[in-house]
Write a protein that binds this ligand. Sequence first.
Ligand code: CP
Ligand code: NVA
Length: 300
Amino acid sequence: MKHLLKLADLSSEEIFGILNLADQLKYERKNNIAHQHLKGKKLGMIFSKSSTRTRVSFEVGMNELGGYALFLSDRDLQLGRGEPIKDTARVLSRYLDGIMIRTFAQKDVEDLAEYGSIPIINGLTDYCHPCQVLADLMTIREYKGSFKGLKLCFVGDGNNMANSLIVGGIKMGMEVAVACPENYRPDAGIIEWAEANGKLLITSDMKKAATGADVLYTDVWASMGQEGEKKEREKVFKNYCVNADLMSVAKTDAMVLHCLPAHRGEEITADVFEAHAEEIFDEAENRLHAQKAVLVKLLK
Ligand code: CP
Ligand code: NVA
């Protein structure tokens, strides 16, 4: 594993390897056992979009591993003024040991990896969010013990989260169901891959997707960069809500996950969110442990 550009690039064994190391690092952190595997290593963190969890967990994670993280906003970098990504890649490779980037186009992340000479980590693009799904998988395994026989249901926009959850879910052997409006389906290439490699249902019938689910997952109706579509999306997605009625068709012990930030009253009701807050904030915490594992695998 040289980079983390998308989950599709990783084998199931590599994903299990990351999850196992993440569990170990979580245990070591809780028990004050030193794990400074990245002493003196430097991670650049390029952000072209907002972030709470990704930014803080990468920065704290590098620090706990004995390394150092630099926050690089594209509002300050020459990248934001048009310096090509392939030049930025070659320059930053001379200073840093790795780069985490959150941006719009997946191609920019792939180009960083192609032109740079250091590991690149995708911290979210319009196409996918692999770091989030590694934390999600870690959380599911923590609560359920294993992935065997589980059904994962995603409700909402066929966005970056849906794309990565399909790939991660199928690679871990889960059955995946996505409930989304007809014109908001996940990436066609990912659907094709998933249908060939596992069990995937794409439907606009939320109850059908959620029936018997072990994990219900949702995300915002309008992602970062789609602010101009907000009004239209509110109409299209108004019924795509994880509420008590939808929970009633899932397994009685179903867990609810959300990558956050959450919009209560839109994709999830306040009562369902608060009833599952423990799981959702464990999931947010696990961003730290899962990403530390990725950093160790790539930078050590
Ligand atoms: N879930 C997630 O990536 O959160 P941030 O946008 O706060 O980083
Ligand atoms: N789909 C959301 C995820 C945020 C973590 C977005 O891209 O804004």
